[in-house]
Design a protein around this ligand. Structure first.
Ligand SMILES: Cc1ncc(COP(=O)(O)O)c(C=O)c1O
Length: 356
């Protein structure tokens, strides 16, 4: 099914992009909520086979057996990436092959076949083009793309499912979190199955619901998010619900090493490179709670939140405040990253992929 070039109730957005057609929504009010778009991409394969042919379908509910592997045993992973519209009308993806690669690693860990890198990229490009009118105007947000890989075949005993579905949908989004973050350190519950043999290093769907108890409690007490500690010793910081963390002291930036317990974030990796290029020293290692409390600046990175300053961290009864605002290192790093993602800064590392 090939999508029509103009999809439904589009309207001219405004002067500079007069030829562009946009969906009829208020682009100034985007948050991080699902807004159904026009198309999703679906590709299936049987256990033991390779994915071969997928297609675009109208976005909507999917039918699934009550005994599907994903529903009963959590055999599923997901990805998250963004398409951004540049001021001169291009649409750019940011390092999508990294997401494809990470999905492959997660699929291997959960005993699932995965789409090839090319199949992943092709599906993502198709979904952006088919839903082009949902890519926000420059500066208003981005099209968040959510690839899913799940065991959809039916079974009763605990085992890899007999059939798999790769599905990609998308939604226009604005800011994930407005303003600097106030984090609560969780010292009783842990984020994911810990240790290097666990699943903390992949985007398994099973890593997220275990966060909700601590996150809901923290939010009810006025915090923005929870910061998790390593389950082995409870002495080192790991990551927040859906982002990696960095602490800054002097010219040194430290971030927890990706040794299997935390997600190797693509934003994290990019920010490390940008910081080094700007002349900073970046160290990937275990970061203790004490070091974090002693830091001058702290920030979080992730596709959804990009780079966000941490205003405060609360550990047991201790609350420390960090430097925030336009002069911080995180503001500088964010500006560079967003500049590359939106095409306003030169992409010297070929991180962006043009879709249109
Ligand atoms: C647990 C967790 N950590 C970190 C990240 C940040 O990763 P990325 O920068 O690839 O979005 C995410 C989001 O994908 C996440 O879910």
């Amino acid at each position: 099914m090939s999508p029509p070039s103009i999809l439904g109730n589009g309207k001219d957005c405004s002067g500079s992009a007069a030829e562009e057609i946009y969906a009829d929504i208020n682009w100034d009010e985007l948050g991080f909520n699902i807004i159904p778009t026009d198309y999703m991409y679906v590709m299936k394969c049987a256990k033991g086979d390779k994915f071969s042919q997928g297609s675009l379908l109208p976005y909507g509910n999917i039918e699934i057996s009550p005994s599907a592997g994903i529903l009963n045993y959590g055999q599923g992973i997901f990805e998250g990436l963004k398409a951004l519209r540049t001021k001169d009308g291009r649409i750019l993806l940011f390092r999508p092959e990294e997401n494809a690669q990470r999905m492959k690693i997660g699929a291997d860990r959960l005993c699932m076949p995965s789409p090839s890198i090319d199949q992943f990229l092709n599906a993502v490009k198709q979904i952006v083009l088919a839903n082009k009118r949902w890519v926000p105007p420059p500066g208003k947000g981005s099209l968040y793309i959510r690839p899913l890989l799940m065991g959809t075949g039916a079974l009763l005993g605990v085992a890899p499912a007999p059939e798999y579905t790769f599905l990609v949908y998308c939604s226009p989004v604005g800011s994930y979190h407005k303003g600097a973050l106030n984090l609560k350190v969780e010292d009783k519950l842990y984020r994911a199955i810990s240790g290097t043999g666990g699943t903390g290093g992949i985007k398994s769907v099973t890593n997220y619901a275990p966060v909700y108890t601590a996150m809901s409690k923290a939010k009810a007490n006025g915090f923005s998010d929870v910061l998790f500690l390593d389950a082995a010793t409870g002495k080192h910081i790991e990551e927040a619900t859906a982002c990696n963390v960095f602490v800054v002291k002097g010219n040194v930036i430290s971030t927890p090493a990706t040794d299997g317990t935390i997600l190797p974030g693509i934003t994290r990796k990019s920010i490390i490179d940008i910081a080094i290029d700007l002349g900073h020293q970046v160290v990937e290692r275990a970061v203790s709670v004490e070091e974090m409390l002693d830091a001058e600046e702290m920030f979080c990175t992730g596709t959804a939140m990009v780079v966000n300053s941490v205003a405060s961290v609360t550990y047991k009864d201790t609350r420390v405040n960090y430097t925030t605002g336009p002069e911080t290192l995180s503001a500088k790093l964010r500006k560079t990253l967003v500049g590359i993602q939106t095409g306003s800064l030169e992409d010297k590392k070929s991180w962006t992929v043009r879709v249109d």
